[in-house]
Structure formats: structure tokens, C-alpha cells
Design a binder for this molecule. Structure first.
Ligand SMILES: Cc1ncc(COP(=O)(O)O)c(C=O)c1O
Length: 277
């Protein structure tokens, strides 16, 4: 289709081929887009056929290769090894097929450690290793591009939810918020208990005693009519009361935009964008 459009427009379309590569050394994460059968990219075995097809289509110019095999990578050494494998593979294809490319896109993939927020991906070690890797194995005239998603944006967003009830059921304590996975589906989608902070709100506008939990292990749930509406579990809290606000950090990536906003027709949350000085 692209060849037809480019030919009709009398233009050359530059393309990158996204390749689904299998690697012996690939350490799997919890979110794999490649390295095994998936709908993403061109299986590496089909590349020769694809290059042959491209050679007969001068209206399409191959600029480089694109890889994005995984997300949620928390191990800087493993990610460096992956980038090294991409570069090595791209060089081999260039040599074997006489290709002249000018960029290699190595995708995104760096994760956020939601389970242990104080132990994040070792960015300084990764950058130092990358610089050495490019010096040793970079290809002259070939730019290496990253397209980070989660790592760039997760820390930019917070989800705040007012506590509307604290319930005890069969030995467990549930903190119920005015919100849930229809706003913030990240924890359920990734199967983790999301870290949160309790923002105390002293105002209590009702005549009945304020429900609270102190020094307890709680689950934080939303308002939906499904037991899957869980944002945090086995979370130890010093103190949480109805009307306090729970603030979930790392809500800037794959959060609102992957949520089923209109389930049960609850209102959407207010969204504020704050300028950074
Ligand atoms: C092609 C491609 N590149 C980059 C990303 C960003 O990935 P991440 O959030 O793991 O950095 C995605 C996310 O799905 C993607 O599909």
C-alpha cells in the first residue's frame, strides 16, 4: 500500500523495518512484544524475502531497523545486553545484504519498579555502558534511537482518590476510594500492588464517627462492581481515615489512557496539568 501511495505521489517513502528477533540470551520480562510469536513486527526469518521485495520497489527506501522486544525491563545490564544484540544483528544484516542504513531504533522498554519504588532502573550505569557500547560497536553514520514510554512519563503523573469508606470483611480491611481501575488501571493491568501515600484531610463534615484504620494491612479498592477493581493489596498503613486522600505516584504512563473510563458511568476524574519550573 505504501509503495502505491508513494508512487502516486511521486515521492520516496523512507521506512524502518520492525523486526521480531529471537535471541538465545533474551531474559524475559513480564511484558514481551517479541522474542517469540507475537503480532508485532516482521519475524526475522522473513527478512530476506522482505528485502528482496523492497529491492523491486524503489519508491520505498530502507532507512534502518526497529526493535521493541519487551517492556518492564528493570535490569540495566540486561538492557545493555539487549541493545548490544540489536546493534550486532543490524550490522550483520547490513553486511550480509549490502544495506546502507542510517538509523537503528532500539525501542523503549525500561520499566518502573512499582513494587519497590526506591529500587529503580540504574540509569547512570545504563548511560555509561551505552556510551562505551556505542564507542566500541556503533556503526559510523548510523544513529541509535530510543523511544521510551513508561520510563519517561510514569513519574510525571499522580492519581488522587478520596477515601469514601473503610470496610472490614472476613478478617480483611478494605479502603474504598472514589475512583478505581476505570481511572487508573495500571496496577490491575500489571498485576501489582501500587504504592500510595495517605494525604490527611482533617475536615469531616458528617455527624457520625469517622471510620479509620490504624497500623493495619489493607487493600485499596475502587467503586466498581467487580472484585478486580483493586489498586493496592497487602499494604501496611499507619493511619487512614474516610475523607483522607490517597495519592498514587507513577501514574503518568499507561494509566488513564488504558483505563475503561465509562464502566458504570462514574464521572471522569478532574485532570490538572502543572507547569514544571
Ligand atoms: C513500538 C513501541 N515503542 C516503544 C514503546 C514504549 O515502550 P515502553 O513504555 O516500555 O518504554 C511501545 C509501547 O508499547 C511501543 O509499542
Amino acid at each position: 500500500m505504501m509503495a502505491d501511495i508513494a508512487a502516486r505521489a511521486g515521492r520516496t517513502a523512507p521506512v524502518s523495518l520492525r523486526i521480531n528477533l529471537t535471541l538465545d540470551t533474551l531474559a524475559e520480562t513480564s511484558l514481551m512484544m517479541g522474542g517469540k510469536p507475537t503480532p508485532f513486527g516482521i519475524p526475522a526469518q522473513q527478512l530476506p524475502e522482505c528485502l528482496e521485495w523492497l529491492r523491486a520497489r524503489p519508491e520505498i527506501r530502507l532507512r534502518g531497523f526497529h526493535f521493541h522486544l519487551l517492556s518492564h525491563q528493570l535490569d540495566a545490564a540486561a538492557h545493555l545486553q539487549l541493545v548490544a544484540a540489536y546493534l550486532e544483528q543490524a550490522r550483520r544484516w547490513c553486511d550480509d545484504h549490502g544495506l546502507d542504513i542510517d538509523h537503528i531504533n532500539v525501542g523503549g522498554g525500561i520499566g518502573i519498579n512499582y513494587r519497590q519504588p526506591d529500587r529503580q532502573f540504574d540509569w547512570p550505569a545504563f548511560s555509561a555502558g551505552l556510551s562505551a557500547l556505542l564507542n566500541e560497536r556503533g556503526m559510523p553514520g548510523v544513529a541509535v534511537r530510543f523511544e521510551f514510554g513508561r520510563y519517561m512519563t510514569a513519574a510525571c503523573g499522580y492519581y488522587a482518590m478520596q477515601v469514601i469508606d473503610i470496610k472490614r470483611s472476613h478478617g480483611k480491611t478494605f479502603v474504598v476510594g472514589r475512583g478505581g481501575s476505570h481511572h487508573f488501571r495500571t496496577p490491575y493491568a500489571q498485576g501489582h500492588s501500587h504504592p500510595f501515600h495517605v494525604l490527611p484531610v482533617d475536615e469531616w463534615p458528617y455527624s457520625f464517627a469517622r471510620p479509620y484504620a490504624e497500623d493495619e494491612t489493607v487493600s485499596v479498592v475502587g467503586q466498581l462492581c467487580t472484585p478486580k477493581d483493586v489498586l493496592a493489596f497487602d499494604a501496611q498503613v499507619e493511619s487512614v481515615r474516610c475523607n483522607d486522600v490517597l495519592v498514587f505516584p507513577y501514574a503518568g504512563a499507561y494509566a488513564w489512557h488504558i483505563s475503561h473510563h465509562d464502566f458504570l458511568r462514574h464521572p471522569h476524574p478532574a485532570q490538572w496539568y502543572l507547569p514544571v519550573e
